[in-house]
Structure formats: C-alpha cells, structure tokens
Design a protein around this ligand. Structure first.
Ligand SMILES: Nc1ncnc2c1ncn2[C@@H]1O[C@H](COP(=O)(O)OP(=O)(O)OP(=O)(O)O)[C@@H](O)[C@H]1O
Length: 253
C-alpha cells in the first residue's frame, strides 16, 4: 500500500535572523526573524512605518543593520555591500522609481549593467549582445517602441516597467519589488501582476512590498506581515486575510 508523500517544506530563499535597525530613538526593525520561500511569489506587507523599506535596505546592503544576520539560500550575506549582494543573485526596484530621466530608455538599461555612466559611449562602441538583451526586455515589458525616448518623459507606470527591465538586465534569481503598483493605473497594475506571474513561472523568486491588497492576495503564495519592525503573522494569503493580529495591526485595534 502506498503512502501519500509528506508535503515538503518550501526551500528557504532570503532569510533573516534577529535583524535590528534603529534610527535615533525609532526602532525600524526590531529583531526581525523571517524566511521567504524559494521559487515563490512572497509578499511583505504591514502598516506605514512598520519597517518594510528598512528591511529591503538592510538585506540589499544599502544600510547596515545594528544587529542580526541575513542569508540567501543558506549563504551568509550579512554586511556585504550592494554589488556583492547583487552578484549573489538578488535584484531590487525602488518605491520611488530609479531611472536616469535625461538618458534614453535603451541607455538606461545598458547603464543598469555598466554602472559607470558610460552607457551611451559604450553602446556606440559595440557590445551588441547587451543591447539585444535590453531590447528583448523592453519588448517583454511592452515598451520597445519607447527605446529612444528620454526616460523622464515616460508615464510613471512606464518608468516602473523600465525599472523592472533594468533589474532584469542582471538576471537576478530573487527580485525585490518595492511598491510595484504604487501610483500606477489599474490596467498597468494588471500588466505588472501578469509579468510577475510569468517571470515566476520561469523560475524567478519574488519578494514584493505592496499596499495594494488585491494585488498581494491574488499574486502571492506566501505573505509575511510586519508590525512595528517585526513579523506578526505569516502564511498563505487566505490565512493572512482572516488573521486577527493582522486586522488589528491595520485597523489599530
Ligand atoms: N533614514 C531614516 N531616518 C530616520 N528614520 C527613518 C529612516 N528610515 C526609516 N525611518 C523610520 O523607520 C520606521 C520604518 O520606516 P520604513 O520606511 O522602513 O517603513 P515602511 O513599512 O516601509 O513604511 P511605508 O509603508 O510607509 O513605506 C518609520 O518610523 C520611519 O520614519
């Protein structure tokens, strides 16, 4: 008689232990211990000021935590600078998009993989493979027709797509998105959601900070909820939606 295989634990992706960061008297991260799942779409949610962006900044090496450790797929990354963390396979977008407004859309993507401000110059001197890859990502984002436009002239949503294309230029395995739907029109929110699904089906792991709960609940496999700098609940969206601690944190009761 055969027995049902035990449900296997999802493999860990990004994981932190006791991550702590204070700004003066404000404790932004309070000994946060949390694990996200490899190969999945993970979400990190929580009320304003609960420490989500500080968490992203600490795990991507942009700010140094006061205490605690960060690991990616079992490998310790604590205290590594941003370029080393990027090299470990982690890419990141920002709440307030980071594009070079006076550069063309295509040069923005080339600059994403040549961080010395020489994108235009180098583009003219060759490196066709990178240019082709940049064009492929633009096509994937649906903004290939804007290749020669100045990035600053794109709509906010198009800039978000451009930033995502820039992140993808380094072929990260894990992609951290900080409010991908923030300030974006509903049609483009759907488009971004579809892209996340497609890229996840192709093997990329996501960790998304987002206030748009429809997007979070429809897109994520695993949701972690922060309140006052530490996780108060984690699980699949359907469980999180009815968790009393989560409702309390959001409603302040
Ligand atoms: N550079 C800083 N200097 C001083 N305080 C900061 C700094 N960065 C964050 N904080 C404070 O740390 C706390 C957590 O902020 P953080 O931006 O991480 O929260 P968040 O959950 O991302 O918020 P939101 O959803 O509004 O973006 C807040 O009280 C914030 O004011």
């Amino acid at each position: 008689m055969s027995e049902a295989a035990p449900e296997s634990e999802p493999a860990p992706s990004l994981a932190t232990t006791g991550l702590t960061k204070a700004f003066g008297g404000v404790t932004a991260l309070d000994s946060a211990t949390v694990t996200f799942h490899h190969g999945k779409v993970n979400a990190l949610i929580g009320p304003n000021g609960s420490g989500k962006t500080t968490f992203f900044n600490c795990v991507t090496g942009m700010i140094r935590p006061d205490a605690g450790r960060t690991a990616y797929r079992g490998r310790d990354l604590t205290g590594r600078p941003p370029h080393r963390i990027a090299r470990a396979g982690i890419g990141r977008s920002f709440q307030l998009c980071r594009v070079f407004p006076r550069m063309t859309v295509l040069d923005n993507l080339l600059a994403a993989v040549r961080p010395h401000g020489l994108a235009g110059q180098l583009a003219r001197s060759g490196r066709r493979e990178e240019t082709e890859r940049a064009r492929d990502w633009l096509t994937r984002m649906g903004i290939e027709h804007l290749e020669r436009a100045e990035a600053g002239r794109l709509s906010w949503g198009q800039q978000k797509l451009l930033e995502l294309a820039g992140v993808l230029m380094s072929e990260p395995e894990l992609i951290l998105l900080d409010e991908p739907a923030g300030g974006v029109n509903p049609a483009l929110v759907d488009r971004i959601g579809d892209l996340v699904r497609e890229l996840n089906a192709e093997g990329r792991t996501f960790l998304i900070v987002e206030h748009n709960m429809d997007m979070v609940m429809s897109l994520s496999d695993h949701v972690v909820v922060f309140d006052r700098g530490r996780p108060i609940a984690q699980g699949p969206p359907q469980v999180i939606q009815s968790d009393e601690r989560v409702l309390g944190a959001y409603l302040g009761i």
